[in-house]
Design a protein around this ligand. Structure first.
Ligand code: S3P
Length: 444
């Protein structure tokens, strides 16, 4: 995506009111595209995220021989080529800002006897890929060229993939998913052992498409997971209904908690327990978040969330919760600034390798707006005062979640908050500004 930087300003206005539905889940949209490309025949996706990350993934899959077509609003149809059926792309695959699209596609390509070059924008080029190349090389893929385990890199997929047992060195759904997707092409059983469970959308969707996936508790305390996939299944196209993304819902949700008098409903938000860490944490801080009409949609639990403004108190957020809310820390830090007392968020090392060094960017966001905060080791500490003066200019570092978190701060602070560039918001949350305005927010 090559667009001019779009500065934005958020100002305090009246309360937020009304109903809204945030776009489809990014993780599920990307997985649906990739599994659709690996199935034989046509997969329909409804409610798809039409954000840059999903669109770049769709383009890459087209270059690999799948046919991807938009058939209506958020309705997509993908004709897959089958496991091992990708064609060698004539061009480098450009994933833009999307770490998930890139890493999962690396896994899918690793099991095919083709060579492909993977690339992305400056943010994605700075992110570590060695961690995902390690299991893929054990399966039989070869990294032909890469600067220091970063993009651009060229991967030669395995001619004779072998199944592996892999224990990711960090809790990462992307590493788990890439390994399982490569394992689809290997005969026998590919096993991923997680000491800390991460989002399980890949396992669920593989089963939905007919693969044999068994998930069992693992480790002495039973808190880990052992995921075993039987290789070389025939993936059968199945419709996918994408629920609203809880990581996107987080922004209007926190805004409604902080702007006095607000009362909003966010419709159809996915409530997969491996994604609801933020809601649990805000609940402990005293937030009023009601789950209405809890139901199942497309194999995932969803609910309408009624969110009302109120006072929050500082708490300690344990490191063990990080995988269930890894993308939500910037906006949680904003909520913590408006809480009474200190919030300590532990174990945030992985935030350093997100779309930006999100730990440093979150600290800078807070400090630019006169919020007292520190990093100690891998912990973020925010001293909340029940209010924030704002008035800052926040550098977003090509990071959509830093951009949206800063704007949420500006909606509730005494003085407006500016960001240098809102264009990256479109990676995960197209229509963010319009949706927030429809609830009454002043964004310009
Ligand atoms: C994602 C996993 C997380 C998350 C990212 C989406 C996924 O990354 O930060 O936005 O869809 O698997 P890690 O798996 O690297 O923690």
């Amino acid at each position: 995506m090559q667009v001019l930087p779009t500065p934005l300003t958020a100002r305090r206005n009246g309360p937020l009111n009304g109903r809204a539905r945030v776009p489809g889940d990014k993780s599920i949209s990307i997985r649906a595209l990739i599994l659709g490309a690996l199935a034989v025949g046509a997969t329909r996706i409804g409610g798809m995220l039409e954000g840059e990350d999903a669109l770049n993934t769709a383009n890459a899959l087209q270059a690999l021989g799948a046919r991807v077509r938009r058939t209506g609003e958020q309705e997509w149809l993908i004709h897959g080529v089958g496991i091992g059926g990708f064609a060698e792309p004539a061009i480098a695959l450009d994933f833009g800002n999307s770490g998930t699209g890139c890493r999962l596609a690396l896994g899918a390509v690793a099991g095919c006897p083709i060579t492909a070059t993977f690339d992305g924008d400056a943010s994605l080029r700075s992110r570590p890929m060695r961690r995902v190349l390690d299991p893929l090389e054990r399966i039989g893929a070869r990294t032909l060229a890469s600067a220091d385990g970063r993009l651009p890199l060229t991967l030669a997929g395995a001619r004779d993939p072998v199944p592996v047992v892999f224990e990711p060195p960090v809790p990462s759904a992307q590493l788990k998913s890439a390994t399982l997707l490569a394992g689809l092409a290997a005969p026998g059983e590919t096993v991923v052992i997680e000491t800390e469970p991460t989002r399980d959308h890949t396992e669920r969707m593989l089963a939905h498409f007919g693969a044999d996936v068994r998930v069992e508790p693992d480790g002495a305390d039973g808190k880990g997971r052992r995921i075993a996939l039987t290789g070389q299944p025939e993936l059968t196209p199945r419709p996918v209904v994408v629920p609203a993304d809880p990581s996107s819902a987080a922004f209007p949700l926190v805004a409604a908690l902080l702007v006095p008098g607000s009362d909003i409903i966010l419709e159809g938000v996915m409530m997969n327990p491996l994604r609801t860490g933020l809601i649990a944490t805000l609940g402990e801080m005293g937030a009023s978040i009601e789950r209405l009409d809890q139901r199942d949609e497309g194999g995932e639990a969803v609910a309408d969330l009624r969110v009302r403004a109120g006072t929050l108190r500082g708490i300690e957020v344990p490191a063990a919760r990080a995988p269930a809310m890894i993308d939500e820390y910037p906006v949680l830090a904003v909520a913590a600034a408006f809480a009474e007392g200190t919030t300590v968020m532990r174990g945030l090392k992985e935030l350093r390798v997100k779309e930006s060094d999100r730990l440093a960017a979150t600290l800078a966001l807070l400090r630019a707006n006169a919020v007292a905060a520190d990093i100690e080791g891998d912990d973020l500490i925010v001293h909340g005062r029940g209010r924030a003066s704002g008035g800052g200019m926040v550098r977003t570092h090509m990071d959509h979640r830093i951009a949206m978190a800063a704007l949420v701060l500006g909606l509730a602070s005494e003085r407006p908050v500016q960001i240098d560039d809102g264009s990256f918001i479109a990676t995960s949350f197209p229509g963010f500004v319009e949706l927030m305005r429809s609830l009454g927010a002043d964004l310009s």
